[in-house]
Design a protein. Structure first.
Length: 163
């Protein structure tokens, strides 16, 4: 488990600082064995889909997997007052997707007064930034809000689907 305490890192494009906690395997601690080795807060990318807001900027982390594991589940705990609707990451094609949504095996829940964003990343998969199945997941992503229609489409996207 790693945390970014309030005020420790505040990118230029964030409105306020808020504590963030990332946990590997929080929903199944016995099967994890992963170790989060880095968690950093950075400025949000300049080019975002229309309507996407990243109140905390970009969060980048690295985790070392337990021997024999090819993927890892994570839980990111944030303040529910941020009004976010997921943990968004860019896939290898550059599309932003909500990893804490049902189509990606994730979920959003409330726990102990915090918002918990659950998601899974495969080592070497399309959300592992180094693209290598090497026992280390490197993942930039964002706690963000994106307005969605009932069909899962962004209001102003020409045919683009968002999950």
């Amino acid at each position: 488990m790693l945390s970014i305490p309030p005020g420790a890192s505040q990118p230029a494009d964030t409105a306020s600082s808020t504590p963030v906690t990332l946990v590997a395997g929080s929903q199944d601690p016995d099967s994890s064995g992963a170790r989060i080795t880095r968690l950093e807060q950075e400025d949000a990318p300049a080019e975002l889909p229309q309507g996407m807001e990243m109140p905390l900027g970009l969060l980048s982390f690295e985790a070392t997997l337990a021997t024999g594991r090819s993927s890892q589940t994570f839980s990111l705990y944030v303040d529910p007052a941020l009004g976010v609707n997921g943990y968004w990451a860019r896939d290898s094609a550059g599309h932003w997707v909500n990893l804490s949504s049902a189509p990606y095996g994730g979920k959003v829940a409330h726990e102990g007064g915090r918002l918990r964003l659950d998601f899974e990343i495969a080592d070497g998969g399309r959300f592992d930034a180094d693209g290598q199945a090497n026992g280390v997941i490197t993942a930039p992503g964002a706690v963000a809000r994106m307005p969605l229609s009932l069909m899962g489409q962004t209001p102003d996207a020409a045919g683009g689907l968002w999950f």
